[in-house]
Design a protein around this ligand. Structure first.
Ligand SMILES: Cc1ncc(COP(=O)(O)O)c(C=O)c1O
Length: 492
């Protein structure tokens, strides 16, 4: 188990050096590189851009019924008990006139009890964004490196560059990051590896075995940050979350937030679970009273009503699955989302799709040339999104398999599975290519790295009618299941 903390200058472990020599695609694996920036005005050129607001769209199109689907918030306000607790906390002579609890002692204890860990393993911050800001300042220096898989949440890259560290993006399918590609992107000076699970914007979640394999191969003193902002929407049972990870790995920290399933984005509360030494370093960098009374009280009350939070998350998940099934039934292949949003891989048609949604009062998040991300919201608003997708013909630019090829590709994956004994990234990519060939289309080279593997995995999952396929876990079982299902479908 790598030690946590001070050992910042050690060379990479032998396994890692060997791997780097062996891996011929290393330069391809880290193409999108943000050069090391020194703190100062230059560093500020990387700014976080939030999703467009409802007010902007209202003004631009002159429409009133606008729904924001660009920031993955919950469509409902705080739970009634949370709202009452907030009111109680701010009124009276010992209300908003008093400073909040400096150390957020009760909040940390409540979170610790929820996860079954010691309070010394919990640091709280102004949203997980606030915790991230503390973490990069505590762990990075100008000569440090940071590794992120691409595509992922932009804040990792942006905040890391504030410290002058260099950021390396290992471009790969986002649903199930390939461990070897990621490990090949490690450098002796890598101090943080960021993994969002589920990933934003694509929605795929990471099996615990992959976190373990990455954590055991990073250089000494390097921390693997597993951002579980969307953990409450994960339905795949194999995803090993939160406390289970930090119990097993001293060099893994987990980030959580109250902004998503708890519906408290406006109050800015997030936390980090990890080794006490890391928690202390991160905690030391918070500004005094950085979490207000309202945030502390609301978060405590929300955790106390975790069952209601879960119930709401389940409603979102049911909508997510309904939307995904409807979109696939339109013949549009879709990746595997474990979050409260869907990634619509419209490729060069992404701007057209975003505009069509906006014109109908739906505010999506556009990733120009790649896709559109939409938050799963109330059923009626989700229906509006589905209606727009039904009206547009996006097949030509859609970057996951479309039409009959979806099923054909899954069959191909199943066939290859029976030969190789494991459905891995290469098989999934082959499945994707087969689907394109069947649809008479030429693979887009961009898609080979951006979404092909994800597409293949999604296809296999679709064929199996299961939520997730972590293909390195229980591979024999999955292989047997894939083949049996493919045969059954063939026989129909
Ligand atoms: C993966 C991921 N992590 C963290 C955050 C930030 O959450 P917070 O509101 O806690 O700062 C987001 C917000 O969208 C996110 O997508």
């Amino acid at each position: 188990m790598p030690r946590v903390g001070e050992a910042r200058r050690e060379p990479p472990c032998r396994e890692q050096q060997g791997n780097r020599q062996r891996n011929p695609v290393r330069s391809l694996a880290v193409p999108g590189e943000v050069q090391g920036r020194k703190p100062g005005p230059g560093a500020m050129s990387l700014v976080y851009r939030a999703g467009r607001s409802a007010a902007e769209i209202q003004q631009q199109y002159g429409i009133s019924d606008v729904v924001k689907l660009s920031s993955n918030e919950l469509p409902w306000g705080p739970l009634p008990s949370v709202r009452d607790a907030i009111l109680r906390a701010v009124t009276g002579d010992d209300g908003a006139n008093r400073y909040p609890d400096l150390r957020a002692t009760e909040l940390r204890a409540t979170i610790a009890a929820y996860h079954g860990v010691d309070p010394g393993r919990v640091a709280v911050g102004a949203g997980s964004g606030g915790i991230l800001a503390q973490l990069v300042r505590s762990e990075l220096r100008g000569d440090s490196a940071v590794l992120v898989p691409g595509p992922t949440f932009d804040l990792y890259r942006i905040m890391s560059t504030w410290t002058g560290a260099s950021v390396h993006v290992a471009d790969m399918p986002a649903t199930v990051p390939d461990v070897d590609t990621l490990v090949a992107g490690l450098r002796p000076e890598t101090r943080l590896v960021f993994l969002a699970s589920p990933n934003n914007p694509t929605g795929g979640a990471l099996g615990a075995d992959r976190v373990a394999r990455i954590a055991s191969r990073v250089p000494e003193g390097c921390i693997v940050v597993v951002d579980e902002a969307y953990a409450d929407f994960v339905t795949a049972c194999h995803i090993d979350q939160g406390a289970a990870l930090i119990d097993r790995y001293d060099n893994v920290v987990v980030l959580r937030t109250f902004s998503k399933a708890h519906g408290l984005a406006g109050l800015r509360i997030g936390y980090l679970l990890g080794h006490p030494a890391i928690v202390d370093r991160v905690g030391a960098l918070s500004t005094p009273f950085h979490i207000g009374t309202v945030g502390q009280v609301a978060a405590i009350e929300s955790v106390r009503h975790a069952a209601q939070v879960r119930e709401r998350a389940e409603r979102v998940v049911a909508e997510r699955e309904r939307m995904a099934a409807t979109i696939r039934a339109m013949g549009l292949g879709l990746g595997w989302s474990q979050a409260n949003f869907l990634w619509l891989p419209a490729g060069s048609g992404a701007a057209r799709l975003a505009q069509a949604l906006e014109q109908r009062g739906l505010v999506p998040r556009l990733f120009d040339g790649k896709g559109v991300r939409v938050t799963v919201a109330r059923a009626a608003d989700n229906d509006r999104v589905l209606a727009v997708l039904g009206e547009l013909d996006l097949r030509d630019t859609w970057t996951l398999p479309v039409g009959d090829g979806v099923v054909a590709a899954a069959r191909t994956a199943a066939e290859l599975e029976s030969v190789s004994g494991v459905v891995d990234g290469a098989v999934a990519r082959d499945a994707y290519r087969a689907a394109l060939a069947l649809a008479g289309r030429v693979p887009d080279p961009q898609i080979d790295t951006w979404g092909a593997e994800q597409a293949g995995h999604a296809l296999v999952a679709e064929l199996l009618d299961v939520v997730s396929v972590d293909l390195l876990e229980g591979r024999e079982k999955i292989a047997a299941q894939v083949i049996a299902t493919a045969r059954a479908k063939d026989g129909q």
